[in-house]
Design a protein around this ligand. Structure first.
Ligand code: B12
Length: 226
């Protein structure tokens, strides 16, 4: 049951930190548009020392995938989905001040969405996971061109670019961005991830030098460790 709403290996039933009743209570509040109750539950979990990664995998990721499934099956309206998205973004703001790791690894990453992509939550979560792991993480959401990304890379000189793509029809756009970055910065390591790469992530990464495909938070943490 726990794995029904996830597409990959995100939820490992043997290591869940957030109980099923608590998750269901959060999901109900999210679907009812009750941000006060969502905030109360998230604050409670933070105060009890639940790991940020667990909050992201077991609450944020799982609930938004469930919202997506309900939306696709016409069981909730677009308005309800938008409300759930807005509340989830509020929850990320609430979690943000608690992110920062004790130590730093002295490395900087830019986490970017694609020009024209409205999906922000997955990339923002990934930016936060870098922060939790001691990286200096810069989220670049909603920028409008490859030029804007190149300018940011020039300003920040990151050790890594993490590029997100949520919809498959943006693959040509992804290739434009990767091509432009590779041309300007041939040695900059790049990670790509997101639902737009579900069926072709490895294939895309293999067509460039120094680009890895990472599909989930769990896989990202394994990548960071290695
Ligand atoms: C909310 C939502 C929206 C919102 C986004 C608002 C916002 N501020 O983000 C709005 C309403 C704008 C929207 C619009 C659309 N959406 Co939409 N949306 C969703 C929904 C319901 C949730 C997305 C989300 O937040 N998920 C939770 C996050 C945490 O998960 P995630 O994004 O997958 O990210 C995780 C991993 O993928 C990975 N990851 C992500 N990026 C990266 C990057 C790196 C470097 C790494 C390592 C890992 C990584 O780690 C993340 C952490 O858990 C999904 C359903 C779903 N299954 O997710 C559909 C979904 C993403 N949408 C979809 C579609 C098709 C659309 C539209 C085209 C719909 C339309 N016909 O208009 C438009 C596109 C608009 C555009 N130009 O971008 C499809 C995409 C299918 C595909 N693969 O192509 C989905 C999957 C729904 C579906 N099943 O059909 N959407």
């Amino acid at each position: 049951v726990l794995q029904r709403f996830t597409d990959d290996d995100e939820l490992d039933v043997t290591t869940v930190a957030i109980s099923e009743p608590l998750y269901q209570e959060y999901l109900r509040a999210l679907l009812q548009g009750n941000s006060t109750d969502c905030a109360r539950l998230v604050t409670q979990l933070l105060d009890h020392g639940v790991a940020i990664r667990a909050l992201y995998v077991e609450l944020i990721h799982r609930s938004m995938y469930e919202v997506g499934s309900l939306w696709q099956a016409n069981r909730i309206s677009v308005a309800r989905e938008h409300l759930a998205t807005a509340i989830t973004e509020e929850m990320l703001e609430l979690i943000y001040p608690r992110l920062f790791a004790e130590g730093t690894v002295g490395a900087r990453v830019i986490v970017a969405t694609l020009p024209g992509e409205y999906h922000q939550i997955g990339a923002k979560v990934i930016a936060d996971i870098f922060e939790v792991n001691g990286w200096d993480s810069h989220f670049l959401g909603g920028h409008d061109s490859e030029a804007a990304l190149l300018k940011r890379i020039d300003e920040l000189r990151p050790d890594l670019l993490a590029q997100s793509i949520s919809v498959s029809f943006n693959l040509p756009q992804l290739h434009r961005v990767l091509g432009a970055v590779r041309e300007a910065y041939p040695m900059l390591p790049i990670l790509i991830g997101g639902q737009g790469l579900k069926d072709c992530g490895h294939e895309v990464s293999q067509s460039y030098l120094k680009i890895d495909y990472v599909s989930s938070i769990t896989a990202l943490e394994a990548w960071l460790e290695s």
